[in-house]
Design a protein around this ligand. Structure first.
Ligand code: G3P
Ligand code: MG
Length: 249
């Protein structure tokens, strides 16, 4: 991808911490703060429906599930997950807010001209299947859009499956630490971006990533001085919780 269709600022999980993460309510709030690209976490229900949730389990951000059943979200069919409350944990104002499907989010993003970074967040043990199914759905949902979703993952196996299922969709490798094999992995996966824990970026690393033809992106940047530092290093994009602090440009 020689031309880069994405903005510099990306709202993390919708609107960071000021709305329940990975809900459409959060997307609306992120957009209301001027953000034109949003990051979200996507996994599969037991019957293969891609939906938004960060954690593998329902414990932290979902209410209304039967505690005698498995806490792992991916163990449940979508018909059950779709009735649960993913907003009440955050605040009363958002009680009853559902977990969205990727299809619902696609509809909203396309209607509102918002670009999406789909972080493929597989339930442990389902990396390849999640990468494949999410990429297939994304390819279909964004088929008519000039700006494709950016697929990213910490799991190379998920990205490899996405690459096979939808080679034309751009991919980003997420790194929380720099392993020796990162450059070879990114090359094999034909990634357009390396998306690092922001503290990993140095001038030589930015240079190396740019020489390899990739963009250099960071998560999760919530301080002004850190953002200034990253722009000065020449990085290309920032994922932030602080949609209330940073004005995207
Ligand atoms: O996609 C960037 C960032 O969201 C990765 O970390 O744990 O917030 O999903 P996490
Ligand atoms: Mg994420």
């Amino acid at each position: 991808m020689n031309t880069w269709p994405y903005p510099r600022w990306i709202a993390h999980r919708g609107a960071g911490k000021i709305a329940p993460e990975n809900t459409l309510a959060a997307f609306r709030l992120g957009a209301a703060h001027g953000y034109t690209m949003i990051e979200c976490d996507v996994k599969l229900s037991a019957d293969g429906v891609p939906f938004l949730l960060h954690d593998a389990t329902l414990k932290r951000t979902v209410r209304g599930w039967d505690a005698t059943e498995s806490a792992t979200a991916g163990d449940h069919p979508w018909a059950q997950l779709s009735h649960l409350d993913a907003g009440g944990w955050h605040s009363r104002a958002y009680a009853g807010e559902p977990m969205p499907t990727l299809a619902g989010v696609a509809r909203w993003c396309l209607a509102n001209g918002v670009a999406l970074n789909i972080e493929i967040k597989p339930t442990p043990g389902t990396d390849a299947r999640t990468g494949q199914v999410v990429a297939e759905h994304a390819a279909r949902l964004w088929a008519q859009s000039p700006v494709p979703p950016l697929l990213s993952s910490f799991q190379p196996e998920a990205l490899a499956a996405a690459q096979q299922a939808a080679p034309h969709l751009p991919r980003g490798l997420l790194l929380d630490s720099l392993r020796d094999s990162w450059a070879a992995e990114a090359r094999a996966l034909q990634c357009v971006a390396l998306i690092c824990n922001w503290q990993l970026w140095t001038a030589p690393l930015v240079h190396q990533v740019h020489l390899a033809g990739m963009r250099a992106l960071s998560y999760t940047v919530n301080d002004e001085w850190a953002a200034q530092h990253l722009w000065a290093l020449g990085t290309d994009g920032i994922i932030t919780d602080r949609v209330d602090l940073f004005t995207p440009n």
